[in-house]
Design a protein around this ligand. Structure first.
Ligand code: ADP
Ligand code: MG
Length: 233
């Protein structure tokens, strides 16, 4: 490691960022990378989320999500030594506090329930994370009463949780599980286009909500894809 010409680095591929091995567990460092990546991705997607919400809502979803991500990032910034579970819960509290509208309490609840369901003091293995994703989805559905097909974030979160559970059950590693879960979330978000909204502000439009992708399902796929990226998957 002290070799000045860098030759030793070639034999230590996992020591370098670009060649780092994918994460095997959800640990505190991965949560920090996840939320930083989520903040970047939501800012990059802000205009698109605004546009989607302008079509079937009130055009604030981009602003809501970027405000929430910024608050989440600063909430965990000074939490040195906190477990992954605690950091994820802190993200949930920050979102609930800082974001208005429907999505603030819903994402706040999702992250809070996710954190509560992770192993309290140890890094989460794929099966632990899959279970926590299911618990977080349940909490969102208890709060918002949306079912799959109602054209909400549940249309992305539910298939992702199911796919993660199946993957973990068949022995997938974290990276493989996250790739499958993100694929399911993205397919679920796309599948909201032909649906008529039955929950949230878009439901006021009735049949006029048909033909537009749901903003919350779109942001949910982004939130999960940020975790996939952060995990190096
Ligand atoms: P608001 O609708 O209050 O303006 P946002 O625009 O930030 O809040 O978020 C809208 C998104 O919230 C929708 O696209 C949908 O995915 C999600 N949403 C709304 N109501 C519900 C609900 N009852 N359950 C789950 N998700 C919901
Ligand atoms: Mg809105």
């Amino acid at each position: 490691m002290s070799t000045p010409n860098g030759a030793s680095r070639a034999s230590l591929p996992s020591a370098e960022g670009s060649t780092a091995a994918p994460s095997t567990h959800l640990d505190p460092a991965l949560v920090h990378r996840w939320i930083a990546e989520m903040d970047r991705r939501l800012r990059a997607s802000e205009a698109r989320l605004t546009e989607l919400d302008a079509a079937i809502g009130d055009a604030d979803h981009g602003a809501n999500m970027t405000r929430g991500a910024r608050a989440a990032l600063s909430a965990i910034g000074d939490q040195e030594g906190a477990s992954a579970a605690r950091l994820v819960s802190a993200v949930g509290h920050a979102l609930s506090r800082s974001v208005g509208g429907a999505s603030g309490p819903l994402y706040g609840t999702w992250f809070t329930a996710l954190g509560r369901s992770l192993p309290p003091d140890a890094p989460a293995a794929p099966g632990d994370l899959a279970q926590a994703l299911v618990a977080a989805l349940d909490a969102v559905q208890q709060l918002g009463a949306a079912e799959v097909g109602d054209k909400t974030m549940v249309d992305a979160l539910a298939p992702a949780s199911r796919r993660a559970t199946d993957a973990a059950g068949s022995g997938a590693d974290l990276a493989g599980m996250l790739r499958l879960a993100v694929g399911a979330a993205e397919d679920g978000a796309l599948a909201t286009v032909p649906l008529q909204a039955r929950r949230g502000r878009a439901s006021y439009l009735g049949a006029r909500s048909i033909g537009h992708q749901d903003p919350g399902a779109t942001s949910a796929a982004i939130v999960l894809d940020a975790l996939r990226t952060a995990a190096g998957a």
